[in-house]
Design a protein around this ligand. Structure first.
Ligand code: PGA
Length: 256
C-alpha cells in the first residue's frame, strides 16, 4: 500500500495575514512541482485561515486548525468549534499538542472528545501522541496507553483517515530533533499498535509522521525510517525556503 507522504507546518501564534499570504506565494514558487506528490498541510493561526482559504485553489496546500473546543455548545467566549473550522475550509485539525495540553489542561479524555467532535463535522484529526518528559514507562508502553485513550470509540475507518504525529513532549523547541533511532522506534510502535487494534489494512494505510525540532539539516536522517510518512514542523515551518526544502526532502526520501 502506498501512503501519500505529508509535510505539516504548525505556525502556532505567529504569522500575520500578510506574512501568511507571502509564505504561500513563496512556497508555491519553490515547491509547485511537489504539491501533487506530497500532501502539504498548513495550520496557521485562526485569523489567517479565511484569507488563506481564499488564496488557495484545488490540489493546493491544505488547511488545518491548531486546536478546537471540546464542545459544540456555542456559549464559549473566545473558543473555536470544529464546525467553525470546517466552515473556513479546514480539512484537518491538530489535536493533542503538548502546548495545548499544558496551557488548557487537556487530558487524553478531553483530546478524545475533540477527536469525536472533529469527526462528526467531517474534519480529519492530526493526532499528536508521544511520551511525556518524565514518564517512567517505556516508549512503547506509554504510546500504547495513550493511543488506547486517544482513539477510544474510533472505528478503524476513521483512524485510517487521520494523521498520527509521533511527537515526544521533550523534543519540541530544541536545536535538534529526537534521535533518528528513537523516532524510528516510536513510529514503528505506533504502527504495531494500529496493526494489533485496528487491523492490518488500517495499519498499512494510516500516515504516521514525526514532529519536534525538525529542520532541513536533520530531515534526511529522520526520513530513513521506512515507517515514517513525513514530518511536522514548527519554527522552520514559518520559513518558506526551509519548509520547501523539507517538502523536497520528503519527496526524495520516498522515491517520488
Ligand atoms: P518545533 O515545533 O518544530 O518548533 O520544535 C514542533 C511542534 O511543536 O510541533
Amino acid at each position: 500500500m502506498t501512503r501519500t507522504p505529508i509535510a505539516l507546518a504548525n505556525w502556532k501564534m505567529a504569522m500575520t495575514v500578510t506574512e501568511s499570504l507571502a509564505f504561500i506565494r513563496d512556497l508555491r514558487a519553490a515547491a509547485a512541482d511537489l504539491l501533487h506528490l506530497v500532501e502539504v498541510i498548513i495550520c496557521p493561526p485562526f485569523t489567517a485561515l479565511w484569507p488563506l482559504n481564499q488564496a488557495l485553489g484545488p490540489g493546493d496546500v491544505q488547511l488545518g486548525g491548531q486546536n478546537m473546543a471540546a464542545t459544540s455548545d456555542a456559549a464559549q467566549t473566545g473558543a473555536i468549534s470544529a464546525a467553525l473550522l470546517h466552515d473556513v475550509g479546514c480539512h484537518w485539525v491538530l489535536l493533542g499538542h503538548a502546548e495545548v495540553r499544558q496551557a488548557q489542561g487537556d487530558d487524553d479524555e478531553t483530546v478524545n472528545r475533540k477527536v469525536q467532535l472533529a469527526l462528526e463535522v467531517g474534519l480529519a484529526p492530526i493526532l499528536l501522541v508521544g511520551e511525556g518528559r518524565d514518564e517512567a514507562e517505556t516508549q512503547q508502553t506509554a504510546l500504547a496507553r495513550r493511543l488506547a485513550q486517544l482513539l477510544a470509540g474510533c472505528t478503524p475507518e476513521q483512524v485510517a483517515r487521520m494523521v498520527l504525529v509521533y511527537e515526544p513532549e521533550g523534543a519540541i523547541g530544541l536545536a535538534a530533533p529526537a534521535e533518528p533511532a528513537h523516532v524510528a522506534a516510536g513510529v514503528a510502535a505506533i504502527r504495531a499498535w494500529l496493526r494489533e487494534h485496528m487491523g492490518d489494512e488500517v495499519a498499512a494505510a494510516t500516515r504516521i509522521i514525526y514532529g519536534g525540532s525538525v529542520a532541513p539539516e536533520h530531515a534526511n536522517a529522520l526520513l530513513a525510517s521506512p515507517d515514517l510518512d513525513g514530518l511536522g514542523v514548527g519554527r522552520k515551518g514559518r520559513e518558506a525556503a526551509a519548509f520547501a526544502q523539507i517538502v523536497r526532502q520528503i519527496a526524495v526520501a520516498k522515491g517520488l
